[in-house]
Design a protein around this ligand. Structure first.
Ligand code: SF4
Length: 457
């Protein structure tokens, strides 16, 4: 089955699940309320967003330089950079690091890119003892699912489902409402951190001027995964770059406001290789810089702006498509409006352009994006480029040909709207689908409207 067919099947299933839709809409409502409060911290929000957009534009235009600067500065401090052009290269490199260190226990913290490269599945296929330490990811991992949303991975689960899973995972009989479970999960995780040899984290930002890695979180697990272990591996996309340390305060604040509806997340770590006078940091600090299709986005020129995304997930919760079909229907690593741009550009318009059609082009995503990505127009550009690649269905091509030919005749143009509506429906019904209402053709022709307004023949 093609990716497109799988997507359509998953969408059909989700559309019938009104309970899931209610939960998503509920989570979206709460998120928007919290976000509206958090952004009040900016005395001039538009200026902050414009600054962020400009900084990321500068990064995208000079990414080659910033990446080299980052590598040089990290190496100067004693760290190591590994370049991975594909997901498989990143996995092979991680495997080699684990083998070299004869590591037994691995802890991992929340990281979108680790999901992208399929890290959990890979490590488990090699029988490594891996613990997912972010609570949301621990839950979806327990259900053998992918995250539902980039910031709220388990937003689709009910409290009862979570309660049952956690009790089963940590062999207890506790109550999530009474906070007993959270406390016990914390104890369970602590034990894993004490034993761990290797910690694997993602990165929210990489600083070119000093080779440091920035990670923002609420649970403290990233901090433990990056300090208790002997080897800290950071897996980061090449798009995570910021030019200077000074840029970080703006981006930490934007990410937490738009992502979590908080002024600042609880733990904001800027981490790098162990300094000479430091006693207790990991002895090995490795950053794996992953491309995995990002260069394809960069090469588009008019769409490379999509790499500015800071993965806050705000555009998902305002998207009328995401709130109806949910995060799992996309069957891709990056979902929602930004996923509809990035996935087809990174991995092939021909195979993934159906995701660009999962949008109403309402533009709500543009209004809410902290780095002001022109999301809805990039989605339309994807559709344009797919048509240029010749991926339009034969039926649709034929329908447009027939309709255009017919409408070029004055006699047909002046026919009654009911005849035109009927013909339009017959031509397009196969591609339009049964769920969508057909647009109605104006009763009066342009010619009639013009005559009524301006007179003449
Ligand atoms: S596109 Fe913008 S709103 Fe959407 S996840 Fe990325 S930064 Fe957030």
């Amino acid at each position: 089955m093609s990716a497109e067919q799988t997507f359509h099947q998953a969408v059909k299933k989700s559309l019938k699940n009104s309970e899931l839709q209610n939960r998503t809409i509920n989570a979206a409502g709460k998120h928007q309320f919290a976000m509206a409060e958090a952004v009040k911290q900016f005395s001039d929000l538009e200026l902050a967003r414009n600054r962020a957009k400009y900084i990321k534009w500068r990064v995208n235009e000079n990414l080659d330089k910033y990446l080299i600067d980052f590598e040089a500065n990290l190496m100067r401090k004693g760290g190591k950079v590994i370049w991975a052009d594909t997901a498989q290269t990143a996995l092979t490199e991680i495997d080699q690091i684990i083998k070299k260190n004869q590591a037994k226990y691995i802890v991992k913290s929340k990281s979108t890119i680790c999901n992208e490269i399929g890290l959990n599945e890979f490590l488990r296929s090699k029988s490594y003892d891996l613990t997912e330490t972010d609570l949301g990811d621990f839950i979806v991992d327990g259900f053998n699912e992918k995250p539902f949303h980039s910031i709220l991975p388990a937003a689709h689960k009910t409290k009862q489902e979570i309660n049952d899973l956690l009790n089963q995972k940590i062999s207890a009989s506790l109550d999530i409402e009474l906070n007993e479970l959270t406390r016990d999960v914390r104890d369970y995780m602590r034990d894993k951190f004490y034993k761990a040899d290797i910690g694997i984290t993602g990165a929210n930002f990489l600083i070119a001027e000093n080779g440091m890695v920035c990670i923002s979180e609420n649970e403290g697990n990233v901090r433990l995964a990056s300090t208790f272990v002997k080897t800290h591996i950071v897996v980061a996309g090449i798009d995570k770059m910021l030019p200077t340390l000074q840029d970080v305060d703006l981006f930490f604040s934007l990410l937490s406001s738009y992502g979590n509806g908080q002024k600042l997340m609880t733990y904001n770590t800027i981490v790098g290789p162990k300094g000479i006078d430091e006693q207790d940091s990991p002895t090995e600090f490795i950053v794996i810089l992953v491309d995995n299709g990002r260069s394809n986005v960069l090469s588009t020129h008019d769409q490379r702006e999509a790499l500015s995304c800071i993965k806050c997930g705000a555009c998902h919760f305002v998207c009328p498509v995401f709130t109806q079909i949910g995060g799992h229907s996309y069957e891709s690593n990056y979902t929602g409006p930004i996923g509809s741009i990035i996935e087809p550009l990174s991995h092939g318009l021909k195979e993934y352009n159906h995701l660009s059609n999962a949008s109403t082009s309402c533009g709500k995503c543009n209004d809410v994006c902290p780095v002001k990505i022109d999301i809805s127009n990039h989605i339309i550009r994807n559709r344009r480029d797919t048509i240029n690649l010749g991926k339009e269905s034969t039926g649709e091509k034929l329908a447009w040909y027939t309709w255009t030919k017919a409408m070029l005749s004055r006699k047909n143009l002046n026919r009654s709207s009911s005849i035109k509506n009927f013909t339009f429906k017959q031509l397009y019904k196969a591609d339009w689908g049964v769920e969508r209402e057909f647009p109605k053709i104006e009763e009066k022709s342009f010619n009639q409207l013009w005559r009524e307004k301006f007179g003449g023949v």
